[in-house]
Design a protein around this ligand. Structure first.
Ligand code: NAD
Length: 507
């Protein structure tokens, strides 16, 4: 896989021969298992640890420090102290550190990818794709660090000059999910460090290892003590509350479920924190009769099965226009039935296990509800062991009243709806509280532009099943949250505008 390849279709589709040769044990053994606070690896304040499991085998692969609220506050102390100097570091210095971190991440992609596969299950080729995608945020924001600008101009009445400058928001707390253990953090750390903010990262308890390995990289890249801090815990609520209520904290960036996001937003209101909320999705994927069928199938495979369907951008509802519905579903069934499902470290595996038993139970509940309401399961439909596996599944004849149409499936299950008109499908696509991403397949430019305009989502994929790109603003509307990560917009989340009114008569 090429050095410069960002997270592209190739990562998902070309994984033949990617058998893992590295020793799993030695890669896990090399990862620091403690918390990283004020530039030192530390045990948790009460000495407790928690277990990390391989979802393909249910075996415990490591034990890591279980951070306490005291550890969280120690991390904030360190971040607050470091903020004073970090915010004034030359942008070029910050840029060079990010660039170094980018290079080290790319150089260590095999180890990072293996760790990711071991702790969350995705196929190794996809893990490599995520590592490279994650690294891109470091490269992109190393380039953005030196382009933060202000303005200086005469006020309209001529009596004063207006000077604006952008300054770092300050210590930022970042909470990330397990489904993209590295990229969801670099999407926050890249712009924060570029802008001059210090950080406390709390990764998901299911996937602490990849982030710990990455913190080792940040250390090697020369990021000063206290600028980045890592606290993993089995008590995210207990750790978070005192942090968001402490007035030294200035920003909360959260990626995770809408439910937790709303709760955190309420907590953060006490301290009026700057917020970025990257929340859940319920993406519609729309295939019009004038689509190129092969492109649509490729796009649906990627949008549905990337990350074993455990993605906020996953195609949750697949709408196919009546004239091609049968042809589309048969072609999709053929592709689904040829997929190799297994432990992500094995050569050729395209679909890994789900992350935990609760995920399998949820997918099963949604499929059972659809079946009970008259939908047809034409491929897959059950779970299997020894890990948390679920067969790639296709459910035909779904309608908006089914649970599967209204909840994030977060599994390898394609729910197919049939529609007749453009007007009807736009209405259906928008009939959800979420608004992260939509995909549409059509060979008509006019139709594409018309539909893009009317979809209530932050992002739209046109004739492709992937929108993620470090150079593009990722984010949603409605209950999918607010704020943008990546692109030119990403760094603004960590900057505030200071304005000075300068009396023109003094000039
Ligand atoms: P989750 O909300 O359960 O957990 C996300 C993070 O929040 C984890 O680190 C968890 O420990 C933490 N958390 C849980 N309860 C908390 C509390 N009370 N206080 C503070 N932190 C708490 O979500 P998940 O199951 O880990 O991740 C899947 C969800 O993330 C899905 O809804 C998915 O759509 C969403 N997601 C969104 C994006 C995006 O960019 N919009 C990207 C990836 C995932």
């Amino acid at each position: 896989m090429g050095y410069d390849l960002i997270y592209s279709e190739a990562c998902f589709l070309l994984n033949e021969g990617d058998a893992v040769e590295l020793s799993e044990r030695s890669v896990v053994d090399r990862v620091p298992k403690d918390l990283f606070i004020g530039g030192e690896w530390k045990k948790s304040s009460d000495g407790k640890r928690f277990k990390v499991e391989d979802p393909a085998t249910k075996e415990v692969i490591a034990e890591v420090a279980d951070g306490t609220p005291d550890d969280g506050l120690a991390a904030l102390n360190a971040a607050d102290l470091a903020q004073r100097s970090w915010g004034r570091t030359a942008p070029r210095v910050r840029a060079e550190m990010l660039r170094k971190a980018y290079e080290l991440t790319v150089a260590q992609q095999d180890d990072l990818a293996l760790l990711m596969t071991l702790e969350m299950g995705k196929p190794i080729a996809e893990s490599r794709g995520e590592v490279l995608y994650a690294a891109e945020f470091l490269r992109w924001f190393s380039e953005e660090a030196v382009r933060v600008k202000g303005e200086y101009y005469m006020g309209p009445e001529g009596s004063m000059k207006i000077l604006t400058q952008k300054q770092p928001v300050g210590p930022s707390y970042m909470i990330t999910p397990w489904n993209f253990p590295l990229a969801m953090a670099t999407r926050k750390l890249g712009p924060a460090l570029a802008a001059g903010c210090t950080a406390i990262v709390k990764p998901a308890e299911l996937t602490p290892l990849t982030m710990a390995a990455f913190f080792h990289i940040l250390e090697e890249a020369g990021v000063p003590s206290g600028v980045v801090n890592l606290v993993h815990t089995t008590d995210p609520g207990g750790l978070t509350k005192p942090l968001v209520e402490d007035r030294r904290l200035r920003k909360l960036s959260f990626t995770g479920s809408t439910e937790v996001g709303k709760m955190l937003m309420a907590q953060a209101s006490h301290n009026l924190l700057r917020l970025s909320m990257e929340l859940g999705g319920n993406a519609p994927l729309i295939v019009f009769e004038d689509a190129d069928l092969e492109k649509a199938i490729q796009g649906a495979m990627l949008a549905k099965l990337r990350n074993t369907g455990e993605a906020c951008t996953s195609a949750n509802r697949i709408f196919v226009q009546r004239g091609i519905a049968e042809e589309f579903s048969l072609a999709l069934k053929t592709r689904f039935e040829s997929l190799k499902v297994g432990r992500g470290t094995e050569a050729g595996v395209e679909v890994g296990p789900l992350v935990e038993q609760a995920a399998v139970d949820k997918v099963q509940r949604l499929v059972t509800d659809a079946r009970n309401k008259g939908a047809k399961v034409v491929a897959g439909g059950s779970s299997f062991g020894p890990g948390y596996f679920y067969q790639p599944t296709i459910v035909l004849g779904v309608d908006s009243s089914f649970e599967i149409a209204n909840e994030e499936i977060f599994g390898p299950v394609a729910a197919l709806f049939v529609f007749d008109t453009e007007e009807e499908v736009i209405e259906l696509a928008n009939s959800t509280s979420y608004g992260l991403v939509a995909y549409l397949f059509t060979e008509s430019l006019n139709r594409a532009l018309r539909v893009i305009e009317r979809l209530e989502t932050g992002m739209v994929g046109v004739n492709q099943g992937l929108v993620s790109n470090a150079a593009a603003p990722f984010g949603g509307v409605k209950h999918s949250g607010f704020g943008r990560e990546g692109g030119f917009e990403g760094i603004e989340e960590y900057l505030y505008v200071k304005y000075a009114a300068i009396n023109a008569s003094t000039l």
